[in-house]
Design a protein around this ligand. Structure first.
Ligand SMILES: [Fe+2]
Ligand SMILES: [Fe+2]
Length: 198
């Protein structure tokens, strides 16, 4: 049984993995394992708690067990406020729902893990090292395949964490703008925060 110092993690990692595998489709489960393993590598490099990185990594997409059009209902059930961007892009609700589900389903009552899951999709100002690692691991885990992913993977080996994140936000914002999509205000805030605190 692996527990954190406060004893607030009541399932073994094996049990969490089994429960997640039951709830997610094959592709999402494989992605989750990829994020967990990538997060542990980054945690080693940047001196972050590896157990927390693994747990946040495997569970970051746990709310993807719901269909996209069920996400607003699931958010409301949990008292999550739906912003104007989330209203038209309900998929953006899965990190907020997931941040609560880890306690409901997986026995993880840990604020740092919950926050990293909450922030994994659009980021936030003043992110912790764990938040940053989960955000980035989600972009570069081995199952990801898009133009530019190799450049980001290479960065993970050499660059400092804030430089990695700044590049990740830049790439994300450019990608979203090229698609003519909405840019989430938290992503702008996250990027500005990094630049202002350089
Ligand atoms: Fe996600
Ligand atoms: Fe993900």
């Amino acid at each position: 049984m692996i527990r954190n110092n406060e004893g607030k993690i009541s399932m073994t990692i094996d049990e969490m993995r089994r429960e997640l595998q039951r709830r997610l489709n094959k592709k999402r489960f494989a992605h989750s394992i990829g994020v967990a393993n990538t997060a542990v590598k980054l945690a080693k490099r940047f001196s972050v708690d590896e157990t927390k990185a693994y747990i946040a990594g495997i569970l970051h997409d746990c709310a993807r067990e719901f269909e996209d059009d069920d996400l607003p209902t699931q958010a409301k059930l949990r008292g999550i406020k739906i912003g104007e961007v989330e209203q038209v892009m309900p998929l953006l609700l899965h990190p907020y729902i997931g941040a609560k589900m880890i306690k409901e389903i997986y026995g993880v009552d840990d604020e740092e893990i919950s926050q990293a899951i909450y922030r994994h999709t659009v980021g936030a100002r003043n992110m912790t090292k764990l938040d940053k690692i989960i955000y980035f691991a989600d972009m570069i885990e081995p199952n990801r395949n898009y133009p530019g992913v190799e450049k980001l993977r290479a960065l993970a080996e050499t660059a400092e964490l804030d430089e990695i994140l700044l590049t990740a936000f830049n790439e994300t914002i450019i990608f979203v703008i090229k698609k003519n999509s909405l840019v989430h205000p938290d992503t702008i805030a996250a990027r500005n925060f990094l630049l202002l605190n350089k």
